[in-house]
Design a protein around this ligand. Structure first.
Ligand code: UGA
Length: 442
């Protein structure tokens, strides 16, 4: 066991980013990835998903000799002082969280610690509901290792706040590091692993740490949903939500971030975490009614741009529609919970022919919706279209000119679901431009 050697279990988005950030700050990391194909790719310096910065950081970390990618968890755990669990926590059909992978990883780590005498801290980084670390995880580790904190095996929670697209930077330069521990020595060890990282250290207990993560994502998701709700009202009364948002965002008590109205929030975190915590609240007899409404808003919101296009075209049946933007946000190929999916389905259900495009997520969206027609370029998607919906704020789409819409499309009707264009400039140039949160005269 080495004092500055860390084991990270799970070579996905969170595990890999975390491992690379630790290596960058001088720690030695052994990353356990059990899926052979993924392991081989990672060990050869290839990142199996798109995330800015990782393509350079991974080969550099491997070359430094401070990152090892392995499949054998037992040796990795026993040669380290702490293990970070970074495994997936998928949703079940009822929205509750499936802790199968966390439980299995905790048991594997426990088995690796059995019969040893060196101390070890099992740190949960996966997003798990309040009480999971001191409950299910501690129990699994203790049962399999036959050790407790009295014999040096303890558990902690250290949630991540990584946003896709900026994850590596978020990991290298966190605003805060939440150290959720049960004992002073665990806090000291965890803090020492983060030596050299910037950011405030918040020392709490594991259950508080877990709650911080859910509260954080719930508040952000709720801001987006409230922005969407207000945006719909603004459009109805003929004003522009973005003008309103700019004004309210200047109040320091509100702030300017996460007020962008559009087609709703997607991704692997907000929808899943809000569903999980509302299911948890219901189960505990503490219903989270505001968050239930957030989820309902987010289901309805993708239909707003569809309705705007339908109004503009006088119906969608037989119309050719370009759907630009399939990823759940820009700078990723991730389509999990993307709002492009309900938009695509609604357009098709209304009888439209849909030509899709995305700079990066064409392939992943095609796996989600095998019948989707993915066009190779923006121009190909726009060609002869009767209308266009912009779903992702890619910079490639921001650069589309009014002339391009007018030159390619049958009718230059553009519904901006992410407010990437300037309404005044688009309308002045003759585009029939409509947008979520924008009154027609707005
Ligand atoms: C989110 C959080 O921002 C991270 O802090 C957190 O660590 C992460 O979840 C997680 O739990 O792992 P992420 O899902 O990558 O990160 O993306 P966000 O940038 O938060 O966007 C989520 C969704 O909200 C996107 O669909 C985005 O388009 C939408 N959004 C965001 C809006 O519609 N309006 C906004 O103003 C901001």
């Amino acid at each position: 066991m080495e004092k500055d050697r860390i084991c990270v279990v799970g070579g996905g988005f969170v595990g890999l980013t975390t491992a690379l950030a630790f290596v960058h700050h001088g720690r030695r990391v052994v990353l356990v990835e059990v899926i052979p194909d993924k392991r081989v790719a990672l060990a050869s310096g290839q990142v199996p998903f798109h995330e800015p910065g990782l393509d350079d950081a991974l080969p550099a970390a491997l070359a430094s000799g401070n990152l090892e990618i392995v499949g054998d968890l037992t040796a990795a755990v026993s040669s380290s002082c702490a293990t970070f669990l970074c495994v997936g926590t998928p949703s079940r059909d009822d929205g509750s969280i499936d802790l199968r992978f966390v439980a299995a990883a905790a048991r594997d780590v426990g088995r690796a610690l059995e019969g040893r005498t060196t101390p070890h801290l099992v740190v949960v980084k996966s997003t798990v509901l309040p009480g999971t670390t001191v409950g299910l995880v501690r129990q699994a580790v203790e049962e399999t290792s036959h050790r407790t904190s009295d014999t040096g095996v303890s558990v902690a929670s250290n949630p991540e706040f990584l946003a896709e697209g900026t994850a590596y930077r978020d990991a290298l330069e966190p605003e805060r590091i939440v150290l959720g521990t049960l004992r002073e020595e665990d806090r000291e060890l965890l803090a020492s692993l983060y030596e050299g990282f910037p950011g405030d250290r918040l020392a709490v207990d594991p259950t508080t740490a877990e709650t911080i993560k859910y509260a954080s994502n719930s508040f952000l998701a709720a801001r987006v949903a409230l922005s969407n709700e207000f945006a719909n009202l603004c459009a109805d009364v003929g004003v522009d939500w973005y003008t309103v948002a700019d004004a309210i965002g200047r109040d320091p008590r509100i702030g300017p971030m996460f007020l962008r109205a559009g087609a709703g929030f997607g991704g692997s975190c907000f929808p899943k975490d809000v569903r999980a915590v509302t299911a948890f609240g219901r189960e505990r007899g503490q219903p989270l009614g505001i968050l239930e409404a957030v989820l309902a808003n987010n289901e309805a919101q993708p239909l707003v741009p569809v309705r705007l296009l339908e109004e503009a075209l006088g119906g969608l049946a037989g119309k050719r529609v370009a759907l630009l933007g399939l990823a759940f946000k820009a700078d990723t190929d991730d389509v999990r919970e993307t709002r492009a999916q309900p938009i695509w389905r609604a357009l098709r259900a209304a009888g439209a022919e849909v030509l899709c495009h995305d700079p990066m997520a064409g392939k992943t969206f095609g796996q989600l919706e095998p019948e989707a027609v993915i066009m190779p370029s923006i121009d190909a998607a726009l060609q002869d279209a009767d209308g266009c919906i912009l779903q992702t704020e890619w910079k490639e789409y921001q650069a589309i000119t009014p002339e391009q819409y007018k030159g390619r499309m049958n009718r230059a009707v553009v519904v901006d679901g992410r407010r990437i264009h300037d309404p005044v400039a688009m309308r002045a140039a003759g585009v029939d431009y409509r947008a979520v949160g924008l009154g027609l005269q707005g």
